[in-house]
Design a protein around this ligand. Structure first.
Ligand code: MN
Length: 312
């Protein structure tokens, strides 16, 4: 069954769809990030808001950042979510209001827990590789964790499993009996699947999770669907395994989780439960409230919250 030719799903349809095995192709939307990096936003989209508690998925690059500013995202706030930074090439330097200054590189995880509130900046370091390529994801925090104190962690030693010549890095959650050291608050998983040459394998997956896959490099056939980069394939729940085939070098991001039923309001850099809540967070940030702390060391302007679309 395919939703390819069907009109956009509304939220109610998403809830129905997430109870079944489905194949829904979601074309990422190209947007500008900060001062000059084009990114493909696969989540949220008009066709899907969440996969498990995953509520945001940006794929940036591959881009030549040897000249020009590269990535430069000035200080900005977050509430109610965790951010996951994952690179295939290059470096991103993170600074936050807790005082962490941490460069993330390919194969490493930067995991920031905003909880009740944090601010950070992200930039290409002055001394850097020519190419930048990666993904940033957000995880919505559940009610019981969304008001906790903010935290940041960096992990360089993530579990790696080889299966039928497919290299599987467990970025978050658990797979093949291996657990990522990154702390999460709902049952979710993220894996990077890398093949050096053509492979054909069947991966066991959790039938109570819904899953999505995004090709980051090369191309792959997943559950019978041919995928290029820029297409997110949503797979729904109820699968016991997933067939993955590649014809050559490829890198695929696989995310999943227990369907997240809390009604989130996602606006700008905030995940809340109501428009009033996220609008209030934007007002606090724009009025330089000390609630979000201060990011030091970023040479450039901090970002301002725009006017919410419901105020336009
Ligand atoms: Mn951010």
């Amino acid at each position: 069954m395919s939703f390819e030719e069907q009109p956009a799903l509304n939220t109610a349809d998403c809830d129905v769809a997430s109870a079944f095995r489905v194949l829904q192709r979601i074309e990422a939307e190209e947007v500008m990030l900060g001062e000059g990096l084009v990114i493909a936003r696969a989540l949220p989209s008009s066709r899907r808001r969440t996969i498990g508690a995953w509520c945001f998925l940006d794929h940036f690059g591959p881009a030549d950042v040897s000249a020009g500013p590269g990535m430069r995202v000035g200080p900005h706030p977050h509430i109610g979510l965790q951010t996951v930074s994952w690179l295939l090439e290059g470096e991103v330097l993170h600074r936050d209001s807790l005082g962490y200054v941490q460069t993330v590189r390919p194969g490493q995880l930067n995991l920031m827990t905003a909880g009740r509130g944090i601010s950070h900046s992200e930039e290409s370091p002055a001394i850097r590789s020519a190419r930048l390529h990666g993904a940033q994801l957000w995880i919505a925090l559940p009610e019981g964790a969304r008001h906790i104190e903010p935290a940041f962690s960096h992990h360089e030693d993530l579990p790696v499993v080889i299966r039928d010549s497919l290299q599987i890095t467990v970025i978050l959650g658990e797979a093949f009996g291996k657990r990522s050291p990154g702390h999460v608050f709902t049952p979710i998983v993220a894996m990077e699947l890398t093949s050096e040459h053509g492979i054909d394998t069947v991966l066991p997956v959790n039938s109570s999770f819904e899953y999505g896959v995004l090709v980051l490099e090369g191309s792959a056939e997943v559950a019978g669907e041919q995928l290029e980069s820029r297409t997110l394939l949503y797979l729904g729940c109820g699968r016991k395994n997933l067939r993955i085939r590649t014809a050559g070098p490829a890198c695929v991001l696989l995310i999943g989780g227990a369907p997240f039923h809390e009604p989130i309001e996602l606006w700008w850099n905030f995940v809340g439960r109501s428009k009033e809540e996220v609008e209030g967070a934007g007002r606090d940030w724009n009025s330089f409230s000390d609630y979000f702390g201060v990011v030091t060391g970023f040479e450039g302007e901090r970002l301002s919250a725009p006017k919410p679309p419901w105020r336009a």
